[in-house]
Design a protein around this ligand. Structure first.
Ligand code: FE2
Ligand code: FE2
Ligand code: FE2
Length: 165
């Protein structure tokens, strides 16, 4: 593939992915403000941006076999908790950005769990147990089989968890 197109796909994937999440946040805000129709429009556009993101991603050659995808996911998560977040936590600390520091710290802890769960899945590939996952709606912590009374990462109560099945 042409080098510039490769770079453009990466850029477009990144922009479309961000627009998807941003529009969902805008949609929630519109709902809170009582603008149900606008909330719906943001959700519709968000869905369109997700389709664009996935279309670009499909040309980038990064979706491989599940075994390779698990390895890529482990390496991405590991990079985040070994390098990216520790540096960001330190920098937020230096700038006294407490809320951002806490957000980075929570994400950092959760990425370790993601990596562990991916590792376990990879080690058991083909004979993975059928379990549901419970995700903390505050920090993204993932629990297997049942939600904990309190999130071990952010302290949110069990009611903050939703099931992924
Ligand atoms: Fe788009
Ligand atoms: Fe993660
Ligand atoms: Fe949490």
């Amino acid at each position: 593939m042409g080098e510039i197109t490769q770079q453009n796909l990466t850029k477009a994937f990144s922009g479309e992915s961000q627009a998807n999440r941003k529009y969902l946040a805008f949609s929630n805000k519109a709902d809170q403000e009582g603008y149900g129709q606008i909330a719906k429009l943001f959700r519709a556009a968000a869905e369109g941006e997700a389709i664009h993101a996935l279309s670009h991603l499909s040309k980038m050659g990064v979706v491989s076999s599940t075994e390779e995808n698990l390895k890529a996911a482990i390496s991405g998560e590991t990079e985040e908790f070994e390098n990216m977040y520790p540096k960001m936590i330190e920098e937020a600390d230096q700038e006294d950005e407490v809320a951002s520091k806490n957000g980075f710290s929570n994400a950092n802890e959760v990425e370790k769990i993601h990596a562990t769960l991916y590792r376990k899945a990879l080690d058991n590939l083909g004979k993975n147990e059928d379990v549901d996952y419970y995700i903390c709606g505050v920090c993204g912590y993932v629990a297997e089989s049942e939600a904990p009374d309190v999130c071990p990462v952010c302290g949110a109560p069990m009611s903050s968890f939703r099931i992924i099945n």
